[in-house]
Design a protein around this ligand. Structure first.
Ligand code: WT7
Length: 634
């Protein structure tokens, strides 16, 4: 229990009227109830707020941990709760999605209209041979059809695998292959800063290398000519005009534990991992966290400005707002196009009430100064949010003062692709400290511990751990259950704790301060990239024999990538080659993964067993102490 009067540091207390009107008025009370009876807590929430075709026998089955199961025996489909049930209530005529494209075009979908499109596309997918359990890769920009595609897959029980539209050929190819997708859904292009990202062209290249895809569905968005392969490729609008596109398509009845989707993310070593989420627990966890943390009410317009290609978009653009019957806003393009006030103008134009974005976006917009936001009426905003990396107090305070008029609490939400929903986060009733995600969501037991699992002293750095299971947790790594156990549950196996891979500190009030990744993951502008994938893109270039990449702190992006390359015989390091290698990584992985600098070296620090010691490279790059070098070869 925190004694609010004596809290340490810079503390922002919520206004009494914020607490008064919030769904949850006392964090302590709800957290205590959840802690006392975790299964009872979630069972009650699941029964009262969602519709199930058939109820569960057991809320939480931990008999085969860490392969936890939630709502065992229940029949459900998240689409029944996100769309079908709203057809019988006033929500039918409510805006589900308000969209504005970068060029300025707009669209509104009511729940009825969205359901109509989803049903039609679901039956199109069925007619292309997609069945329950099949995988479908989706590679698109931030447009309504992306949402429709995800929902249509879920409706028929197929697992979607979204590949972020900013990734390129090899990243897309690898993810299509690994998932063994039958169908790829893409678009001709996506608008970004007035330019076209040639999605279909990149997809064609990726498919030249990939075998299993039988059909491609292409949405016309940017309108330029694209190459369509006869027999394989179809236009979305052509398929949707066929009689097979049935607006009354039935929703597949699923087990609560049946897979909903996979989403690739980078881990400690090797290729990206396909994180698997399920229909039942994910639905309960994402909708409950959104409702309590962002206090979603009927008249809100919720804007999660993330990319749907990342977990944030899956959980908080696509699924949970619909399950809650809320109205979401979606904007396609760049925050600075055509001018740095595009976002602020959108808030005023649509009367956005809640904005959720990343520290890197806030820092980027902060650079342009206060005159841009001050030109717009932002008074509709009542809550703000941030996610993706630690937010520096300076950016937090700017966001709070300039965007939030010092009246909007900021929900700094710590979570991961793996966790499915917010894990460490304030609720509107919780006192805030700029830069801290505060404490675990009710029922989530988080701690900071040392090597042996002993709780770290106040303000000492240690491993972040989660000590209890939660409904929206990942169930496995698709196709690699051993790696699931190894990666997340082996470090503190005895205790049975989940290891997120972050380091953190806990202060004297029990507030968590996340520091950053302790593994080979680099966060660039909040995007999670694995060193292994970038290194393998580098060595796929003919000049490179060996490569190592590290993250170096950067004021704007959080981190930037620095690469070290050993060249093959016959190649010499030059500015031209550096440029070429950066472009090569951009082509294979995507622009986000491009190294800021490439340094040509004769050798790399390695352990005696041949593992590159990135920590040593990093210490050298930052001019810090290289630490324990006893395992270094030579
Ligand atoms: C990693 C997970 C969850 C949606 C987006 C990221 C970092 C995330 C915060 C935060 C400090 C944060 C962690 C985490 N992270 N949110 N509020 N404060 N760090 O999902 O791509 O799976 O990345 O992002 O390092 O492990 P993701």
């Amino acid at each position: 229990m925190v004694d609010e009067k004596s809290m340490a540091g810079d503390v922002y207390f919520p206004a009494p009227e914020v607490i008064e009107s919030a769904h949850i008025k006392s964090f302590e009370e709800v957290h205590a109830a959840a802690t006392a009876d975790l299964a009872g807590f979630w069972g009650k929430i699941a029964a009262e707020n969602f519709e199930w075709y058939q109820p569960w026998e057991t809320v939480l089955d931990d008999s085969n941990a860490p392969f936890y199961k939630w709502f065992v025996g229940a029949k459900v489909n998240i689409i029944h709760n996100a769309l079908d049930r709203h057809m019988h209530t006033a929500a039918r005529n409510k805006a589900a999605l308000i969209f504005e494209g970068e060029p300025g075009d707009g669209r509104v979908y009511t729940y009825q209209q969205l359901n109509h499109e989803v049903c039609k596309f679901a039956s199109v997918l069925r007619s292309l041979g997609v069945r329950k359990g099949d995988r479908v890769t989706i590679y698109m920009g931030r447009i309504p059809e992306l949402m429709i595609a995800l929902l249509a897959c879920a409706k028929i029980g197929a697992m979607h695998s979204v590949v972020y539209g900013g990734f390129s050929t090899e990243a897309l190819h690898g993810r299509i292959e690994d998932s063994e997708s039958k169908v790829l859904i893409t678009a001709d292009g996506a608008w970004l800063r007035g330019n076209i990202i040639p999605l279909k062209q990149i997809a064609n290249e990726a498919l030249e290398r990939a075998g299993a895809v039988q059909s491609v569905v292409c949405i016309k968005r940017t309108g330029q000519d694209v190459e369509m392969v006869p027999g394989r490729d179809h236009w979305y609008h052509d398929l949707m005009a066929l009689p097979i596109a049935d607006p009354n398509a039935p929703t597949e009845v699923m087990d609560a534990e049946d897979p909903l989707f996979i989403l690739y993310t980078s881990g400690t070593t090797g290729k990206p991992k396909a994180i698997l989420h399920t229909h039942g627990g994910y639905m309960v966890g994402t909708a409950t966290t959104l409702k309590w943390v962002f206090d979603i009410k009927d008249k809100d317009i919720w804007w999660c400005a993330a990319d749907p290609g990342w977990i944030t978009g899956h959980s908080y653009i696509v699924y949970s707002p619909l399950v809650l019957g809320a109205t979401s806003f979606m904007y396609e393009g760049a925050p600075t196009h055509p001018y740095p006030d595009r976002w602020w103008s959108l808030i005023a134009k649509y009367g956005i009430t809640i904005l959720y974005t990343a520290p890197t976006a806030i820092r980027g917009l902060m650079r342009f100064g206060e005159s841009w936001p001050s030109r717009h009426d932002l008074s509709s905003l009542r809550l703000l949010g941030t996610v993706g990396e630690p937010i520096n107090p300076e950016a937090w305070k700017w966001y709070h003062r300039v965007i939030g008029r010092e009246q909007c609490p900021i929900m700094d939400t710590w979570w991961q692709t793996e966790t499915g929903n917010f894990m460490i986060t304030p609720l509107p009733c919780v006192p805030l400290k700029p830069g801290s995600a505060t404490r675990g969501f009710p029922g989530v037991q988080v701690d900071v511990v040392d090597e042996d699992g002993v709780p770290a002293a106040a303000n000492e750095e240690g491993y972040l751990v989660i000590k209890t299971p939660w409904p929206a947790m990942l169930r496995t790594i698709f196709g690699d259950p051993d790696r699931y156990v190894q990666q997340y549950w082996s470090r503190f196996e005895e205790q049975g704790w989940y290891l997120p891979g972050d380091s953190a500190k806990k202060d004297e009030d029990g507030y968590i301060w996340v520091i950053g990744r302790i593994d080979d993951v680099i966060k660039v502008s909040g995007y999670r990239l694995g060193t292994a994938e970038i290194e393998s893109a580098l060595v796929s270039h003919e000049a490179v024999a060996e490569a190592a990449v590290i993250g170096v702190p950067d004021e704007l992006k959080g981190n930037i990538i620095k690469a070290y390359c050993i060249l093959r015989q016959g190649f010499d390091g030059s500015d031209k080659l550096e440029k070429e290698l950066r472009a090569h990584v951009g082509h294979e992985m995507g622009p986000i993964a491009k190294p800021a600098t490439v340094e040509f070296v004769d050798n790399l620090p390695k352990t005696r067993s041949g593992k590159i010691m990135r920590r040593v490279l990093k210490a050298r790059a930052l001019g810090q102490d290289e630490g324990d070098l006893s395992t270094l070869a030579d």
